[in-house]
Design a protein. Structure first.
Length: 81
């Protein structure tokens, strides 16, 4: 996060939406301070269930900006194997 909330922008929280099987999606809103970083899975993550582990799909995005300009840096790591 390169911008400061309150001084540079309002709104624009980082949002992860967990797509749970046979249940409603669950949103996780993250509000990192200036200078912080977030490491997150871009497609799916493991979760323990009653019969072992299964994959939970994830989507990510940013909520609507209410005012100002938000600047962030994204570094994408790929498994190039």
């Amino acid at each position: 996060m390169l911008s400061e909330r309150g001084a540079d922008f309002e709104g624009g929280e980082f949002v992860l939406v967990e797509q749970r099987p046979r249940a409603q999606s669950r949103a996780h809103v993250i509000d990192p301070p200036q200078g912080a970083f977030v490491i997150f899975p871009t497609r799916e993550r493991p979760q323990e269930g009653k019969r072992g582990y299964h994959r939970v799909g994830l989507r990510h995005g940013v909520s609507t900006l209410a005012s100002g300009s938000r600047t962030a840096l994204g570094v994408i790591f790929h498994d190039a194997a």
